[in-house]
Structure formats: C-alpha cells, structure tokens
Design a protein around this ligand. Structure first.
Ligand code: GDP
Ligand code: ZN
Length: 450
C-alpha cells in the first residue's frame, strides 16, 4: 500500500439515466466508520451484503438497498471499498452521492478507481486499459478479447518476454568485467545469439497478435466516394448483415452524414462519406469538414461506389483526385441486378473492381472479405487479445533495440545496453516505470465511476 493517505473518492458507478438499480462506489482508507454512517449504525461484515436504509444526517432515509463493504486489500482498488446499491434514478443517486460527499468523500476523477487499482498493484497498466476497452467494446469479439487482456493474457506474454530478456542480460552483464576478448567467447559458449534470436521470434509473435488485437479495437477507416442514389446506405446495411446496427453521426449543422460505423465480423468499419465533403461557407460546417479531411489522411482504403449502369461521374473523379495518392482504392459497381452483369472481381485501368448488388446481396461477401484482407485481419482466433496503438509502438521500439543488439553483438557493453532499452520499452506496456503524464493521459480518458 502507498504510504500517502489518499482522499476518499465517490462516484456513481452505473450509467446515467434510470435503471432498476444504481450503484455508488467509494474507495479510501479506513472506511468502516463511513460504512456505519451510511447504513445508520450497522457494522457491515466484509463482503456480505446488508439490506439497509441509507439515512441522511438527520436520520431520514434517502433510499434503501444493499451496502457492501470490501476491506483492503481485497477490493477492486486495493483500498477499503463501499458499494451502495440503491434505486437507479438520477435524483436518488445524486442525493445519495451528495450525502457521501458530506461525509467527507470527494468526487472521483475519470478513471480514478482503476488508477488506484493500478497504483496498488491490483492491475498492471495493460489490464487497466482493458477495463476501459471492455466497457467500450464495439463487438462481442472485442469484448471477449478485452476480457482476455483484463485477465492478464497479454501481460503474461510480455512478462515471459521480459524474463527471457532478463536472463540474457544477466548473462551479458556478467561478462562485462571479463578481460578483453574473453567476453565474446563466453557469450558464444552460452549461445547468446541463439537466445537473442529466440527473443526476437517471441516478440514477433506477440507483435502479430497485438496487431490483430489493435485492429479489433481501432477497426478500419474507409473513405466512401459515391454520388446520391448509387446505393451507399443499402450497401452499408448489406455489409453490416447480422452485426449490430449502423451508427450514424450527423455532423452538428450539416444535414449530410459525414461518418458512419458498422461492424464486419466484429471489426469496426468507420466510413467517411465524401458526399458530406462539399464546399460550404458555413464556418461550423467547415470545421467539421476539416476534421473529416484529417480523418481521410489516416484512412486505410477508398471505396468508390458506382451504379454499374452509369459508371464514374465527374464529381467522383474530382473527389478521387483530392484523396491522398498512397490511399488504396477499390471500385465497387453496384446494382448488377439491374445491369445484368455477374458478381465478381476484375480489373479496370489498373484499379480493382468488384461487381455486386446491395439489394440481392450477390457479391457482398466478396467485398467483406476484400475489406478485411485490406487491413490484414486474420479472424478472431483464440489468441487474440485486445491491444492499443500504444502497445504496438512499445513492441516495435523493443524490436528495434533487439535489432540493434544483434548488430552490436561483438561489443558486450553496447549489446547489454540495447537489451536494457528493449526491456524498458516492454515495461511501458505493463507500466512498471511509467511517468505520471502517461498515466494521466490513459486514465483521463475513462468515464467517471470506473
Ligand atoms: P445512397 O443515396 O447512395 O445512400 O443510395 P441508397 O442506398 O439510398 O439507394 C438508392 C436507391 O437505390 C434505393 O431505392 C435503393 O433501394 C436502390 N438500390 C440500392 N442498391 C441497389 C441494388 O443493388 N439494386 C437495386 N435494384 N436497387 C438498389
Ligand atoms: Zn444514403
């Protein structure tokens, strides 16, 4: 436990709005007196639900429900935790929360409960991040994978790597005091190079899994080029299939939809509709459009949707000319049920062309496969745990240090130093030595109450 006494924090843990039950969570040190006060003098047993009135300062009940007391260290945060399960109405919850504050708690900051769990070694950083990812999961696959990370599968793979690295570092550092030249012989005898190659291979495996996990979280960004009536909405619906329905984000003042999101095999597909990228004098709308163009910069693919009977219009060509040159394109000719063409893939002027019908569904599966292949999604096998761009970055940095170590193999000191740096990069993932600003950045993105 930390030596500093942190203030007691309180927050409504359940989602805003009405519900059968609403939960208020408190965390702090020595919360038994508060648990007593909140239950009107009862002495709650550890981890046993007590049904009780929640009285205010004058003894008048604010609500009734269950009180749970989790003494440290056997709680989510590692501190004393109290949970009040009351009636889930906004007014009831606010009154109860205000009462907790009057008893000396302060309002929790976003992610503060999880941050305390991290500081008390209940979770490492990758696990703490997966709490948010699990809550924000956009698909069942993403939720299952986030749960894997939360239960420590990702962290264990990082720990295994770090253990291998530590072993090699110990070996290397033992040689640093050796007389000249002998260290290299010693390392050769211990097959340090072989060990390094083994670590590189393990890291590549973790990186590949993490990349899949990051796809599951980030999805793919697709720029949709297509004139009114070519079948954009119909195609979105056809692509979404059985997955959760379309999320449409109508930009503040614009009537055109700029972004939509659907799921394909659990992978979020973020669509930017270029029909919304028109010229305008409206300042607010210009801001939205600037943001959208910035998103276009990061896109993975441009999908050019045409009516198979009409083909590419001048307006389409104009938009295509403004897209980043590096952006791969896929031309989709829709409404083959009207044009009489067969579904399938071909090529035209060096561009890939897919023919399909959003209405009949003919050829839609091929488009799904093409989209997933474009970003390298290999399907959610058992090994996929959710990962973030931050984790990929740390893994890539560690890989670069291993490469450097390979080159500097004959210089024990440099070799040892590269290994040390690789270990440091990996520890960024689990947060062993993380700086406060990184923690602030990660936990600040949580909602209050987590
Ligand atoms: P959007 O304006 O690009 O979003 O196009 P919509 O999806 O709203 O479709 C415009 C019209 O074309 C609607 O009447 C659709 O039912 C029709 N449509 C879309 N796709 C197809 C298709 O593959 N075949 C046929 N026959 N009609 C389609
Ligand atoms: Zn539409």
């Amino acid at each position: 436990m930390s030596a500093v006494r942190l203030p007691t924090i309180a927050a409504i843990a359940t989602a805003p709005g009405r519900g059968g039950i609403g939960v208020i969570r408190l965390s702090g040190q020595d919360l038994l007196p508060m648990a007593r006060a909140l239950s009107g003098g009862k002495a709650p047993k550890p981890r046993v639900a007590v049904f009780t009135d929640f009285p205010d300062a004058d003894g008048q009940p604010l609500d009734n429900g269950l009180l749970l007391f989790f003494p440290a260290p056997h709680s989510f945060t590692g501190e004393d935790v109290i949970e009040l399960q009351g009636h889930g109405g906004p007014v009831v919850m606010q009154r109860l929360l205000r009462h907790c504050l009057s008893l000396g708690a302060r309002l929790a900051e976003p992610g503060e409960f999880t941050r305390r769990a991290f500081l008390n070694h209940k979770l490492d950083l990758a696990q703490a991040e997966s709490v948010a990812d699990l809550i924000d999961a956009a698909s069942e696959t993403a939720a299952a994978s986030a749960l894997k990370s939360l239960k420590g599968e990702f962290s264990q793979r990082i720990h295994a790597l770090v253990d291998q690295l530590i072993h090699l570092r110990m070996l290397t550092e033992a040689t640093l005091d050796f007389p000249e030249e002998e260290d290299v012989d010693y390392l050769a005898a211990a097959d340090a190079q072989g060990q390094l190659r083994g670590i590189q291979a393990t890291l590549d495996g973790v990186l590949a899994s993490a990349r899949q996990g990051a796809l599951l979280r980030e999805g793919m960004h697709v720029v949709l080029v297509g004139q009114p009536n070519v079948g954009k909405s119909s195609l979105m619906n056809a692509l979404a299939g059985d997955d959760i329905a379309i999320v449409t984000d109508i930009a503040g003042t614009t009537r055109d939809t700029v972004r939509e999101q659907i799921l394909i095999d659990g992978i979020p597909l973020h669509l930017i509709d270029t029909a919304g990228l028109r010229d305008t004098d409206d300042v607010v709308e210009q801001h939205g459009i600037a943001r959208t163009w910035a998103a276009v910069e990061r896109a993975d693919l441009a999908l050019v949707l045409l009516d198979d009977r009409a083909g590419l219009t001048d307006a389409d060509a104009e938009i295509l000319a403004r897209l980043p040159a590096r952006l791969p394109r896929l031309v989709v000719r829709n409404k083959i049920d009207l044009s009489g063409q067969a579904a399938g893939e071909g090529e035209h002027d060096g561009e890939r062309v897919l023919r399909l019908s959003a209405r009949s569904g003919d050829g839609v599966d091929a488009l799904r496969r093409a989209l997933l292949a474009q970003i390298g999604w290999q399907g959610a096998g058992d090994g996929v745990f959710l990962a973030r761009e931050r984790h990929l970055d740390a893994l890539r940095r560690a890989r670069a240090f291993l490469d450097a170590a390979e080159l500097d193999y004959a210089h024990s000191e440099l070799f040892a130093d590269h290994l040390r740096m690789a270990q440091l990069a990996l520890s960024d993932i689990t947060g062993e030595f993380s700086a406060d600003d990184l923690l602030g950045e990660i936990f600040g993105r949580f909602c209050i109450g987590k």
